[in-house]
Design a protein around this ligand. Structure first.
Ligand SMILES: Cc1cc2nc3c(=O)[nH]c(=O)nc-3n(C[C@H](O)[C@H](O)[C@H](O)COP(=O)(O)OP(=O)(O)OC[C@H]3O[C@@H](n4cnc5c(N)ncnc54)[C@H](O)[C@@H]3O)c2cc1C
Length: 531
């Protein structure tokens, strides 16, 4: 079955929802999302959104903090534009109904997080992402030019080039987007979506690692799809491990950096506050420094976690500032007002992704990317805390203008698209291969491509991941598609990209730290794949 739209947005996190709202002012837009609308990284965001909104802050300071965290790989003009645009986009969120937390005197409450020289994180208690997502959904759901398609799992982009390779008569200059194949999990069938332009807002890749703060949807689908379509991918080795995830079973619930911003102290199991031994900024050093310090303390003492202690603050303060964290920990038997919280680092955020400019334009005609899936140059080699929601709202705004101009320049000239062909494929009866490969992939990435890397471990990981890739590829072409298989195929592609980029970078910079090249190269360069 073929569906036609002016524009397709894949993903319903902050980037996809805000972008769709803006684009719908001129076009008919469909949002395709693989589960329900609220399944996203966005709803998990606790700390908040960074922007210069107080008289005691300064745009130059926010720029400087971002460049310092990014360790030479940021694009300074992108950094300046995004930071300068922050206050206007915050006002827009307020106009859409986001009620940022206020102090008793009515001023907005600003948190401080690692790497920030000022208090500048606007937040809604410790549920900021959920508040933003709820406000955006209210507007999106009532918009007459937006069609919402839940439970549709984007499989692959349709391009003129792919069709030409399969012998279809299409104009084949350059690569141009024509639509998308998506698997409808409720109807259990693949649908064809024709659209002259597609915005990827598919979020991050957390599920490629064994332990992550990301929800199950974070399987790198957009990056893998863009790569297969021929787009350029950058800096995939720059994986941010959040230093403080709750240590409990398999789950890695985030303990926001704002807890350290409010005085929380990291201690080893002997009770020693160790961060001052590693960095002059102590507990508020940037995330890469803190994550490596924790890793080193755990390795030195052979322990499975360290502690984050905020028990000197009154219960009323903790319940007011961190109600979600307080309640979650209590549910796990930890009263944070009385005892320290056991924490470990966990995979949290991808700084690399699909190369785009500030408007979300990739190198392919009609393909755009925005949010965590994209690499604009804001984060460089290490994201400054709470800059990602900021990046998503600023680029969703500028992207809408660019897409509108593209659609005006290219009035609908879509050919008829071929239907997806399933052939004689059978339902998979070998699901154990999926679960086994899924486990092996995550374990390999965790053990060999973690916080501290070596060339030998990366080589070992590459051999294993390439074997898995071959096996999963064979499986993909032999069995009927299903969401688990689609995600695994994308994860193994993403794992390969992370390792390949990590092997390209023969230095330690930002989040990429290797014992074989502990120094920085004199000139910072982006690692690149594809295109
Ligand atoms: C625990 C946690 C806390 C965080 N805290 C903060 C914070 O305080 N401040 C901050 O700035 N950032 C924070 N971040 C990061 C931030 O939340 C994300 O970077 C941001 O929300 C990403 O938004 P997005 O719209 O790009 O992607 P997401 O919100 O992840 O949305 C991606 C969407 O794409 C859909 N999708 C994916 N693949 C497909 C497919 N194949 N087909 C169809 N749909 C698909 C998903 O279902 C989802 O709807 C945090 C992240 C986590 C996990």
């Amino acid at each position: 079955m073929e569906h036609r739209f002016d524009f397709l947005v894949i993903g319903s996190g902050v980037a996809g929802l805000l972008f769709a709202l803006k684009t719908a002012e001129h076009s008919r837009v469909a949002i395709v999302t693989k589960k329900v609308l609220t399944d996203s990284n966005t709803v998990y965001a606790q700390g908040g959104i960074a922007a210069v909104t107080s008289d005691s802050d300064d745009f130059e300071l926010h720029v400087r903090d971002t460049l310092e965290a990014g360790d030479g790989l940021c694009d300074e003009s992108v950094v300046r534009t995004i930071i300068n645009e922050g206050p206007s986009r915050i006002q827009e969120l307020i106009d859409l109904g986001v009620r940022f937390s206020q102090l008793e005197d009515g001023r907005v409450s600003l948190h401080k997080e690692g790497g920030h020289s000022k208090r500048r994180i606007l937040h809604v208690q410790d549920l900021t992402g959920k508040a933003i997502e709820t406000a955006l959904l209210r507007s999106v759901e009532s918009h007459e030019r937006i069609t919402l398609l839940e439970h549709v799992h984007a499989i692959d982009l349709i391009t003129n080039r792919k069709l030409a390779l399969r012998g279809h008569q299409v104009e084949a200059n350059g690569t141009r987007i024509l639509g998308l194949y998506g698997y409808d999990s409720l109807k259990e069938q693949v649908c064809t979506f024709a659209a002259p332009a597609v915005m990827l807002c598919t979020g991050g890749v957390g599920q490629v690692y064994l332990y992550t703060t990301n929800p199950p949807i974070a399987t790198g689908d957009g990056i893998a799809m863009a790569y297969r379509a021929g787009a350029e991918i950058r800096n995939m080795e720059c994986i941010q491990f959040h230093p403080t995830a709750l240590y409990s079973g398999e789950e890695r619930f985030l303990i926001s950096e704002a807890v350290r911003g409010e005085g929380g102290t990291l201690r080893n199991l002997d009770g020693h506050a160790f961060m001052a031994d590693y960095d002059r900024r102590g507990d508020l050093a940037p995330r890469d420094v803190v994550a490596r310090a924790i890793d080193s303390e755990m390795k030195k003492a052979g322990t499975r976690h360290v502690f984050l202690d905020i028990s000197d603050k009154p219960l009323a303060f903790l319940k007011e500032r961190f109600p979600h964290i307080h309640a979650h920990c209590l549910g796990q038997g930890i009263d944070i007002s009385r005892e320290p919280i056991p924490v470990v680092p966990a995979m949290h955020y991808l700084c690399g992704g699909v190369s785009t400019n500030l408007c979300g334009e990739t190198g392919l005609e009609g393909l755009y990317a925005c949010g965590e899936v994209a690499c604009t140059g804001l984060h460089g080699a290490n994201r400054l805390a709470s800059n990602s929601l900021l990046e998503a709202v600023v680029t969703a705004h500028s992207g809408a203008g660019a897409v509108d101009a593209y659609l005006r320049r290219n009035p609908d000239r879509l050919p008829d698209l071929p239907e997806w062909v399933d052939g004689n494929l059978q339902d998979s009866d070998e699901r154990v291969i999926l679960s086994h490969n899924w486990d092996e992939l995550k374990r390999t990435m965790w053990d060999y491509v973690g916080i501290v890397r070596t060339t030998k471990r990366l080589d070992r990981a590459r051999t294993r991941i390439r074997n898995l890739k071959r096996e999963i590829h064979d499986y993909y072409w032999n069995f009927k598609v299903e969401p688990g298989l689609l995600e695994l195929r994308n994860l193994v592609e993403v794992a390969d990209m992370i390792i390949t980029c990590a092997l390209q970078r023969k230095e330690s910079r930002g989040l990429h730290y290797t014992l074989d090249y502990p120094e920085k190269m004199p000139v910072p360069v982006n690692t690149r794949l594809g295109s």
